[in-house]
Ligand binder design. Structure first.
Ligand SMILES: OC[C@H]1O[C@H](O[C@H]2O[C@H](CO)[C@@H](O)[C@H](O)[C@H]2O)[C@H](O)[C@@H](O)[C@@H]1O
Length: 610
């Protein structure tokens, strides 16, 4: 049985990220960037697929861990049955040149025997490297990759016939042993590794300074700060792109086939991150993301994709890694994502919203931005009536998804507002008419008056929790009877143990999404339900849902995409931006009601039209 996702923590350097387990194993790390092949892939198999463990020897050790202050520096304390204890500090210095990972072991009490077991496997666990010892450091090389491992104790080369490196040592109180792992390309013979001692402190300080700049002030400060740090950790600094999660193929159902690669930039997810960061006051990241977007989508609007690689790469072919058994046996394991080629109307609304808010927030204008927006509107005017794959990226036939049309309305609305509020130049009357036409159609075809709810797609009886976003985007106020009815329907038909499934799962599901049914409750949808309560004035009910979600975070404050209420486990890729974004949003919303924070971005002042 695989290690529960709850047992993992993320460390990262804003270019890639590693998952470290509670028992001291680095089980996932892609180098040099998020979407590179993993050199430690035990997460999706076993230690033989790449793992670096560092922990006290023997049985009976109890681990407690935390991030050191507001940082991505992880500290795990192991306490032994005989009173001995040792602290392991893990971090990835925010990168200047080469990616590196530091693991520091500190003796706390007693004399403790520690074992390091270094088993790199390149290309997602498939390639055993050649090891070389240069008298000081250990080198593991294969194909394009070269890992360099240093340790102030010195390291022995692997023993004959062995393809891993064992380091046994003892530490007493106050003693420190540091390991420093760097990556470079294989043609380089060596790597100038930084002096690690103060790298840990510098890394901690870098994150502390970043976290200290947000403007949330309220009772959920710790949760908000951790979510913001996680979102920053999912940012690819060189380009401003933001990945949906640092992992691939963590299943939406244990043993299931819904296993996808999330190490890419979805326009939708990245826009939501941007809005949360803007709310929190991070304008630099917002500006970088806007620049990334403008570069990524450059070209004709017909060619705009719903996701790109971190550097704007367009082709992300979906392939199976058939040698990996998968997390808890969940196969296939994928790299790349076929959803790249889908048509999803909502992204036009998200781009229009992001650009509009960036302006309202005073992000310095970019002359290409409005030109791009006008081109997108031209495209949307003749394509909003096309069926699409929807927010959930169904792999079944395209349909008229109600959420997609609502987001087309949002695109029209932001285009109109850009002219009305900011005096940009455009066909105001035409866009006003378009906006009205879409609204009328959605309210007629996407709403079931008999059941008093918006439905998943025109004419269907299925429900979809994405409808809960209608008040947030300004389509209808939360206390509109149609929204109240939709909330009742979601409570009745999509909610299990207080958590919301994203859409109706029944015998028709496979026809709609093209995949066998079965997955956990979708955490972002549950936050959206909380938002609906708060927005219509049921603040305590919203708070209850929010605090229930807070309880699902693991001990270091991280959430996956989904939660399986029956198994009591986090499911899906981890940690997931789409879950941490609404954590920030809902906390801001509650803070406004509590009178705790009045400085949220302009977005909160926007009120839906009836
Ligand atoms: O469930 C099928 C789809 O699942 C993935 O998409 C989900 O994750 C995306 C990234 O967070 C999110 O934007 C989308 O709304 C989610 O449904 C997967 O990437 C798709 O390939 C898959 O069809």
């Amino acid at each position: 049985m695989s290690i529960p996702l709850e047992d993992y923590a993320m460390i990262g350097d804003t270019r890639t990220a590693a998952l470290v387990s509670r028992s001291g194993d680095v089980d996932w790390l892609c180098l040099p960037r998020f979407d590179s092949p993993a050199c430690f892939a035990a997460l999706l198999g076993g230690p033989e697929h790449g793992c670096w463990s560092l922990a006290p020897r023997g049985e009976g050790w109890r681990a407690t861990r935390r991030y050191v202050g507001d940082s991505l520096v992880l500290e795990t304390v192991f306490e032994g049955p005989d009173g001995g204890s040792v602290r392991v500090v893990d971090c990835m210095p925010v990168r200047r040149h080469w990616p590196d990972l530091i693991r520091r072991v500190e003796g706390v009490t007693g004399r403790v025997s520690v074992r390091g077991l270094f088993t790199p496997r390149f290309d997602y666990g498939s390639t055993v490297p050649w090891f070389r010892h240069d008298g000081r450091r250990l080198h593991a090389v294969a194909g394009p990759d070269h890992l360099v491992l240093g340790c102030d104790l010195g390291l022995a080369p692997p023993r004959d016939g062995e393809d891993h490196v064992v380091t046994d040592f003892d530490v007493s109180p106050g003693e420190i042993v540091e390991f420093h792992l760097g990556w470079t390309t294989s043609e380089r013979r060596d790597l100038p590794l930084d002096e690690p001692r103060d790298a840990v402190e510098r890394t901690r300080e870098w994150w502390r300074e970043w976290a200290g700049r947000h403007r949330y002030q309220g009772r959920y400060d710790q949760a908000v700060t951790r979510s913001l740090l996680t979102l920053k950790g999912l940012t690819y600094a060189p380009t401003g792109g933001i990945v949906a999660a640092p992992t691939t193929s963590l299943p939406e159902k244990l043993g299931g086939v819904r296993n996808w690669d999330y190490r890419f930039c979805w326009i939708r997810d990245a826009t939501f991150v941007l809005l949360a960061l803007l709310d929190a006051g991070y304008r630099e990241e917002a500006r970088d993301w806007r620049e990334w977007l403008l570069r990524a989508v450059a070209g004709t609007p017909e060619q705009m994709q719903i996701m790109y690689g971190v550097d704007g790469t367009r082709r992300l072919p979906e392939t199976e890694l058939d040698w990996l058994p998968g997390y808890a046996g969940s196969r296939p394991v994928h790299t790349g994502n076929e959803a790249t080629n889908q048509f999803q109307t909502d992204v036009y609304g998200e781009v229009m919203e992001a650009m509009h808010l960036a302006r309202l927030e005073g992000i310095p204008p970019d002359e290409d931005a409005w030109r791009l927006q006008r081109a997108l509107m031209d495209f949307l005017e003749s394509h909003w009536q096309d069926p699409d794959n929807g927010i959930w990226e169904v792999r079944g036939p395209r349909r008229h998804f109600t959420h997609s049309k609502m987001m087309a309305w949002a695109a029209g609305d932001r285009a109109v507002r850009a002219i009305e509020d900011i005096s940009l130049d455009g066909p105001l009357d035409r866009w006003r008419r378009l906006r009205q036409e879409i609204r009328d159609e959605v309210c007629e075809k996407g709403y079931d008056p008999e059941r008093e709810t918006f439905t998943q797609y025109y004419g269907s009886r299925s429900l979809d929790a994405s409808m809960l976003m209608a008040p947030e985007i300004g389509f209808l106020p939360a206390d509109d009877p149609r929204m109240r009815g939709t909330v009742r329907a979601v409570e009745r038909e999509l909610t299990t143990d207080g958590l919301v499934m994203r859409y109706t799962m029944d015998k028709h599901t496979e026809q709609v999404d093209g995949l066998p049914e079965g997955e956990g409750a979708f955490l972002a949808c549950t936050f959206w339900l909380a938002d609906c309560y708060v927005l219509r004035g049921d603040v305590e009910r919203g708070r209850e849902v929010f605090e229930h979600l807070l309880d699902l975070r693991n001990d270091v404050g991280l959430l996956a995409e989904q939660y399986d209420p029956a198994a009591g486990r986090l499911m899906g890729n981890f940690p997931q931006a789409l879950s941490h974004i609404p954590m920030v949003n809902t906390a801001f919303r509650l803070a406004e009601h509590d009178g705790e924070a009045g400085q949220r971005a302009a977005r909160s002042r926007k009120r839906p039209e009836a």
